[in-house]
Design a protein around this ligand. Structure first.
Ligand code: AMP
Ligand code: GLY
Length: 446
């Protein structure tokens, strides 16, 4: 078997590594836009070209003739890479362009959930012209709900603005929404939710939906969840595959929403959704709500689940493609994981680019290469999240220590969040959740 992995970074390294552990010993080839040393080491051949350069991709697959493909990032999914590869006879364990709309259009997904009466929907409206925007934002504000303004399409996790945080007033909210509309994009405006976020990544063949351990990402750049939003500074998962502030009931509710969405996608599109479907959920006092879906693994959350997957990943992907996922019992090691990213100084607003980064002694930590390029004289950062360190252990404390020790062995013009996976931050999340739940209870009693 020959497997094609598409993508540049740490997530794709975790994917390629999972394939490399397969008992079938597949040959791995990579189509990447960066000369990433992690991917280079795992592959027999790596072609570097922009990920949407389908001419270069065609030449590569004609030469290599891979049997199956797995797509890491959302950009190529949005460009229709799966449709393109399937035309070349290569089966993919990733969704086609129209099905990937579950990620690439927030308006589509909100509309789909509404049409099928699926729970977990905040109050929302979609606008493609200015009319009604000011009224709706004012209405949400007057109801004391707060509001969130989202461009419909992909924005690398950085397009969403929330009232009270990025948007200081109703006027700023209206201005941002109108700016999105003037750039010929739809805008989704919705009520602001309060709670704790979690990532539920599932594998599906369009019929069966198999959950992976829950993980929590950290979007904010700096300690204690301050600073601008990023692609994700780090994430953790627990030994019991839940999170300390997400009970079994909330987990089941999130899984139920995803199962209904997969079914609805199949019905509306007339063909099955195949691959990863990753829901970003929030547990609120009113129950579990859906923030967004992604049509791929999370980065960094792929590192929380794939390294502890017990199944043969090639068998799992073949089952996705052949729609036999019902024959797979997905199993994960009972381990906690903590993943932390070293990012260039100034990231995400004004990152240093082209600076050298060196890896010294990283102890037991797994090293996953992100936006770095290997040159003759070493590794250079390209401006986005550079290197991820992963700790796996019996307890979260140990896993955190391993990741932290690892990242301290990386030198350069970089920073990272020391608080990810620490007891202190997790206690804060638990007490936040508890205070929301008890506030709701006392309001109900009154
Ligand atoms: P998204 O790309 O839709 O996941 O949004 C990015 C981030 O914005 C999420 O991780 C949340 O922190 C925040 N966010 C999105 N939607 C809402 C909402 N309705 N209420 C509060 N925060 C939100
Ligand atoms: N961890 C956030 C994302 O992959 O979208």
């Amino acid at each position: 078997m020959k497997v094609l992995v598409v993508g540049n970074g740490a997530r794709e390294q975790a994917i390629a590594e999972a394939f490399s552990r397969s008992a079938h010993k597949p040959e791995i080839i990579v189509f990447s836009s960066l000369m990433n040393p992690g991917l280079r080491e795992l592959s027999s051949r790596m072609k570097t070209a922009p990920l949407d350069d389908f001419e270069a991709l065609k030449e590569f697959v004609n030469e290599e003739k891979p049997d199956i493909a797995f797509i890491g990032p959302e950009g190529p999914l949005n460009a229709g890479i799966v449709d393109f590869l399937e035309e070349q006879g290569i089966k993919c364990a990733s969704p086609k362009k129209n099905l990937a709309m579950v990620e690439t259009s927030k308006a589509f997904t909100r509309g789909l959930m509404q049409e099928h009466g699926i729970g977990g929907l905040p109050k929302f409206k979609v606008f493609s012209e200015d009319k009604g925007v000011a009224e709706f934002i004012t209405e949400l504000n007057d109801e004391g709900l707060g509001f969130v303004v989202k461009p419909d399409g992909l924005a690398g996790g950085k397009g969403v603005k929330v009232s009270g945080e990025h948007l200081k007033s109703v006027d700023e909210g209206i201005e941002y929404a109108l700016k999105i509309i003037s750039s010929k994009q739809k805008v989704v405006i919705e009520e602001k939710l309060e709670g704790e976020e979690f990532s539920l990544q599932c594998l599906t063949d369009g019929v069966s939906v198999l959950p992976m351990p829950l993980a929590q990402d950290h979007k904010r750049a700096f300690e204690d969840d301050s600073g601008p939003n990023t692609g994700g500074m780090g994430s953790y998962s627990c030994r019991d595959h839940l999170l300390p502030f997400i009970d079994k009931e909330s987990y089941e509710a999130a899984l139920e929403i995803t199962k209904k969405v997969v079914k609805a996608l199949g019905e509306n599109m007339g063909e099955p959704y195949k691959g990863v479907i990753y829901g970003g959920f929030m547990r609120t006092a009113r129950g579990v709500m859906l923030l967004e879906y992604n049509a791929r693994f999370g980065d960094p959350e792929a590192m929380n689940v794939l390294p502890i997957l017990k199944n043969d990943f090639l068998d799992v992907c073949t089952a996705i493609i052949e729609q036999k996922l019902d024959t797979i019992n997905l199993e994960f090691e009972e381990k906690a994981t903590v993943c932390k990213y070293a990012v260039p100084e100034g990231y995400p607003v004004n990152p240093v680019r082209g600076a050298k980064v060196e890896i010294f002694s990283t102890g037991e930590a797994g090293i996953y290469y992100g936006s770095v390029e290997e040159k003759d004289d070493g590794l250079y950062m390209t401006g986005s999240r550079a290197i991820a360190c992963l700790g796996i252990a019996d307890s979260l404390e140990e896993a955190e220590q391993i990741a932290e020790t690892g990242i301290k062995g990386i030198k350069g013009d970089i920073y990272h969040r020391t608080d990810i996976g620490t007891r202190r931050l997790i206690e804060k999340r638990i007490s936040h959740m508890n205070s929301l739940l008890s506030r709701e209870e006392s309001e109900e009693e009154q």
